[in-house]
Design a protein around this ligand. Structure first.
Ligand code: UDP
Ligand code: MN
Length: 327
């Protein structure tokens, strides 16, 4: 029926000659070349995959130049991509909820579904990143947020640094894009526990651009506290104005702080120079100097709500911050 087509599709071995010896057969040659080209392409893609998994290409492609301590290793399989709403009424902005985390499993089971429901109801496009510190150093909330920022990719344009144990209850709270400057959701007038004027902990929203302008948070704070106070000074140093909620009438009942201090003890030890150093501004370090490795990336659904768990190994420069361990 289609003689010309059949002719064009004739394969090199159809005339009984060797499949591997197409020389001198111009038409058959083109099929052979196609075959070799496919093989070559396949080989190159495998090579690319291998390089990406060692981290070098992926990092170079993102232009982050992040240093990775320890030997490179195979990437775990990519989790499903974040889900974004097509409906334009959700607005153009996308929020990365960065949750510093270690051994708060019960809180996480409540937090993820609560936040997903809360933000969806407010039509805030979001994805939750659980930044699980799996090294054996003391907890470092700020360095985890720096790592989470770098790992949250380019599809989000603002972040919430969000404690896992602080649940917003009032739907009037604004979680929208903080165009004008950092927006402190858990303001001292509303936080159930912290009421000093310069407090910026708990829940703080920033555009990625503003976070970069501050060079992120200092990596020098191991153990509980002070990293947020140092970040307040970075905000001011970068010339940014801090905003807080207005018109919220629920006072200290605006949030549920899921925290029993007898059960979830705060690591308030101050080791050697840490006593003095905790009050200093870190002028050099931050987002540009954080050292970590992502051990694994797992897409999870908690009570039907999606999140990504990043197992993060922080690195500590023991000469600079010997207080990152207890001994
Ligand atoms: N956090 C954690 N594991 C810890 C210490 C802290 O996951 O061992 C995280 C968690 O998100 C927590 C936040 O860091 O909500 C702040 O710590 P914490 O609740 O102890 O401080 P608070 O604001 O209650 O003084
Ligand atoms: Mn707490």
């Amino acid at each position: 029926m289609f003689p010309s087509r059949r002719k064009a599709a004739q394969l090199p071995w159809e005339d009984g000659r060797s499949r591997l010896m197409p020389s001198g057969l111009p038409r058959k040659c083109s099929v052979f070349h196609l075959f070799v080209a496919c093989l070559l392409l396949g080989f190159l893609s495998l090579l690319w995959l291998q390089l990406s998994c060692s981290g070098d290409v992926a990092r170079a492609a993102r232009g982050q130049g992040q240093e990775t301590p320890g030997p490179s290793r195979a990437c775990p399989p990519e989790p499903p991509r974040e889900h974004w709403e097509e409906d334009e009424s959700w607005g153009p902005h996308r929020l990365a909820v960065l949750v510093p985390f270690r051994e708060r499993f019960e809180e996480l089971l409540v937090f993820v579904p609560h936040m997903h429901r809360f933000l969806s109801k407010k039509k805030i496009q979001h994805h939750i990143y659980v930044l699980n510190q799996v090294d054996h150093f003391r907890f470092n909330r700020a360095a985890l947020i720096n790592a989470g920022f770098l790992e949250s990719g380019n599809s989000t344009d603002y972040i919430a640094m969000h404690d896992v144990d602080l649940l917003p209850l009032n739907e009037e709270l604004d979680y929208g894009f903080p165009e004008a400057g950092p927006f402190h959701v858990a303001s001292p007038e509303l936080h159930p526990l912290y009421h000093y004027k310069t407090y910026v902990g708990g829940i703080l929203l920033l555009s990625k651009q503003h976070y970069q302008l501050c060079n992120g948070m200092s990596n020098r704070f191991w153990g509980w506290g002070r990293e947020d106070d140092e970040f307040y000074r970075r905000i001011k140093g970068a010339g940014l104005q801090l905003f807080r909620p207005s018109g919220i009438t629920t006072g200290y009942k605006t949030f549920h702080h899921l925290h029993d201090p007898a059960w979830r003890k705060r690591d308030q030890k101050r080791i050697a120079a840490q006593k003095q150093e905790q009050f200093k501004v870190d002028r050099e370090g931050g987002l540009s100097t954080v050292k970590y490795r992502v051990d694994s990336r797992t897409a999870l659904s908690v009570g039907g709500a999606p999140c990504t768990v990043l197992n993060i190994l922080l690195d500590c420069d023991k000469a600079a911050t010997p207080w990152c361990t207890f001994s």
